[in-house]
Design a binder for this molecule. Structure first.
Ligand code: BT5
Length: 272
């Protein structure tokens, strides 16, 4: 059958020249294992914002995807550059995961993206918590922004919006400094093929946070590295030594072990 069956290790080598081909929602629906409603737009301010409207309307299991975003966002209100040529998508899901462990979904998606990019021949790994970067030069290929929407009815599971941005076929001048795209890394993957594979790989993790943590650890570039982590309240420098069961990063510093739950991580060159 079509792309629904995802081989575990074989790289994808299909070459399609037109990189900004249109998405075909029925093709996507037919190629994925999970039953999602697929909403394709040409332009949106932000797919996360659209997913949040759908959540407020009581919807779940929807994938929103668009060609370009006019107000794509990253964490902490940062801008996410979203010209045509990237996968800009949000999954609206209601997993059976307790609210305090929902941040792990971000790690599960980061791992899904890194694995998928490797499937397509792009060597990528994850910088804690959610940056998908090239192995060698650590240029950013993708990011994840997970947001929680309030349940519309009492007792309902939380609605989770998993926003995914992947630079598939974008020229360097359209990206911020330090960013790159799959095309620039030599891949001819199409956006739709990338999206389908992301959806199927993510679905395989189910609602299993331990599996998500393991998937993250298997793609992590941060563990064992000298890092500087900027949290909302302090800056820590030391060696990243582990990921906790809640997705926090453990750093060995001169002041002892410290655990950080949120922040920006910079990989430092080790002093040799
Ligand atoms: C992220 O934030 O990495 C999360 C990005 C999530 C984007 C998706 S697109 C679909 C969905 N709808 C949305 O509105 N958002 C989600 P953060 O770690 O805060 O990184 C943001 C930083 O990455 C910016 O400050 C820039 O430095 C850089 N950046 C911006 N656009 C980029 C791009 N296209 N590729 C690589 N880096 C980028």
């Amino acid at each position: 059958m079509g792309p629904a069956t995802v081989p575990e290790t074989k790289p994808v080598t299909g070459v399609i020249a037109n990189m900004t081909e249109s998405y075909n929602s029925s093709e996507i629906a037919a190629s994925i294992d999970h039953e999602f409603d697929i909403e394709v737009h040409d332009e949106l301010p932000s797919t996360n914002e659209r997913a949040s409207e759908l959540a407020a309307a009581g919807k779940t299991d929807v994938v929103v995807v668009c060609n370009r975003q006019t107000a794509g966002r990253g964490r902490k209100g940062r801008e996410w550059r979203s010209p045509p040529g990237g996968v800009w998508t949000s999954l609206l899901v209601s997993p059976d995961i307790s609210t305090e462990r929902i941040p792990i979904v971000t790690l599960g998606m980061g791992a899904t993206i890194a694995t998928t990019l490797n499937d397509f021949g792009v060597s990528a790994g994850i910088k804690w918590p959610n940056d998908v970067v090239t192995d060698e030069t650590e240029r950013k290929l993708a990011g994840v922004l997970t947001e929680l929407s309030d349940p519309t009815e009492a007792g309902q599971r939380p609605q989770v919006i998993v926003g995914v941005g992947i630079n598939v076929a974008i020229a360097e001048e359209q990206l911020p400094t330090g960013a790159t795209s799959m095309r620039l890394q030599g891949s001819d993957a199409t956006r739709q093929a990338v999206l389908i594979r992301i959806l199927n790989r993510f679905d395989r993790l189910g609602d299993d946070v331990d599996r998500m943590l393991d998937a993250w650890r298997s793609q992590a570039m941060t563990i064992g590295r000298s890092v500087r982590v900027e949290t909302p309240t302090e800056t820590l420098t030391g060696e990243a030594i582990a990921l906790t069961e809640t997705g926090a990063l453990v750093i060995r510093t001169d002041q002892g072990r410290q655990t950080v739950t949120a922040g920006d991580c910079i990989h430092l060159r080790s002093l040799e």
